[in-house]
Design a binder for this molecule. Structure first.
Ligand SMILES: [Zn+2]
Ligand SMILES: [Zn+2]
Length: 105
């Protein structure tokens, strides 16, 4: 995982860039938002399934409703926690910080 940027929800985290391009290489899918979790949350990628007209989280395959309860179209997916880390409500589960590959070598 990479260092959290001040506006991480607006950009693709560098450590998941390759996964994002792989998903977008398939014309059925289009990534809408993502965050690697920066060691605090599980990595999540919000993906649009253009074939079935629905949004879901790539790793958990959990569906994300297209609209809010008040029928407004959902354009923002992440919520910022008190420390400035973004997470997907009802989806992100705080994950155990994994050791980096560098430490293992
Ligand atoms: Zn990262
Ligand atoms: Zn991020």
């Amino acid at each position: 995982m990479c260092k959290k940027l001040p506006y991480c929800a607006r950009y693709i985290d560098s450590c998941i860039m390759s996964v994002i391009s792989e998903i977008n290489a398939d014309s059925q899918y289009r990534t809408l938002a993502s965050c690697c979790g920066h060691g605090k949350y599980a990595t999540t990628i919000v993906v649009r399934d253009t074939l079935h007209n629905q949004n879901f989280e790539w790793f958990s395959k959990l569906m994300i409703p297209l609209r809010y309860a008040n029928d407004k179209i959902r354009r923002r997916f992440y919520i910022k926690d008190t420390h400035g880390y973004y997470f997907l409500p009802n989806i992100s589960i705080p994950c155990v910080v994994r050791k980096t590959r560098r430490e293992a070598i």
